[in-house]
Design a protein around this ligand. Structure first.
Ligand SMILES: [Zn+2]
Length: 281
């Protein structure tokens, strides 16, 4: 271990600054979305079976709601531009802009060069949770998704119902694509309902039993035409383990809602990012 310098205490005492102050971030019109949601009617639903994933489509201007049914269950969400799979959810930049966990009013941002909101969170029945005494909170963008490679690395196992594999199979089936091609489109997720944080002493990623109960939901406004895939994580409520069939798992419900016609006539999907793409040449 390196000997600390004489001014170590002074260096550590420097106050942090926020990397991306978000006071210049374009904000969604939540009042407009609330008005649009008022008379919206349900147009479709998808039930995601335990330890499986399922796809759904949400057109720009529709709402989609993910609900816990039957018992506490965590979901791993992927989103793509339905017309261009190369534009997909970017959890790292969403984290940099909004923080480690997301809730009402915050947005899920897309990958470069698009970098625009794909979906806005309009309702979160777990918004009361806040940040607990362990530094844990709900709906994280810090985890990646449980996957069979890490399971094999750490445990030498061949397990096929990790969220990564569930999402891969669901996308392959939805688009009639070979598994290997679909796998390349699967990306880091929004961990819906998952309660996570980093330990203060070792900085390790932790999970704990989700506070979600049947009836709790997270609802989004689709900012662009979306293809979504949701996996009901084999970790169940993620109180103990994942990457096995040991945890008790439950289904998740995805419902789609269509606003009344006309309510959003002055609203438009966000434009792609304004950077000119020249990279200085
Ligand atoms: Zn998982």
């Amino acid at each position: 271990m390196t000997q600390p310098p004489a001014d170590a205490g002074v260096r550590r005492a420097v106050a942090p600054v926020i990397c991306y102050p978000n006071d210049t971030l374009p904000r969604p019109d939540l009042a407009l979305f609330a008005a649009a949601r008022e008379g919206a009617h349900k147009v479709a639903e998808v039930v995601v079976p335990p330890r499986e994933a399922a796809c759904f489509h949400a057109s720009a201007g529709q709402f989609f709601r993910i609900t816990s049914v039957e018992g506490p269950q965590v979901g791993d969400l992927n989103l793509w531009n339905a017309n261009d799979l190369s534009e997909r959810f970017y959890s790292g930049k969403t984290r940099a802009l909004h923080g480690t966990h997301v809730t009402t009013g915050e947005q899920l941002w897309s990958s470069f060069p698009h970098l625009r909101p794909m979906a806005t969170i309009v309702q979160d029945t777990l918004d009361w949770y806040g940040i607990d005494e362990f530094g844990g909170s709900v709906h994280d963008v810090i985890g990646t998704r449980c996957d069979p490679y890490t399971g094999n690395l750490l445990g030498g196992v061949q397990y096929h119902h990790c969220c990564h594999s569930n999402l891969t199979r669901a996308l392959a089936d939805e688009l009639g694509m070979p598994l290997a091609e679909a796998e390349g489109h699967v990306h880091d997720v929004l961990n819906v309902f998952m309660c996570t944080g980093f330990t203060r002493d070792t900085g390790q990623y932790f999970m704990k039993a989700s506070p979600v109960r049947p009836g709790d939901y997270l609802e989004f406004f689709a900012e662009i035409d979306l293809l979504g895939a949701l996996s009901a994580c084999p970790g169940g409520d993620c109180s103990a383990e994942h990457t096995s069939d040991a945890a008790v798992c439950h289904p998740l419900l995805v419902e789609l809602f269509q606003p009344k016609s006309g309510v959003l006539e002055d609203w438009q999907s966000p434009a792609r990012n304004g950077y000119d793409g020249s990279h200085g040449r």
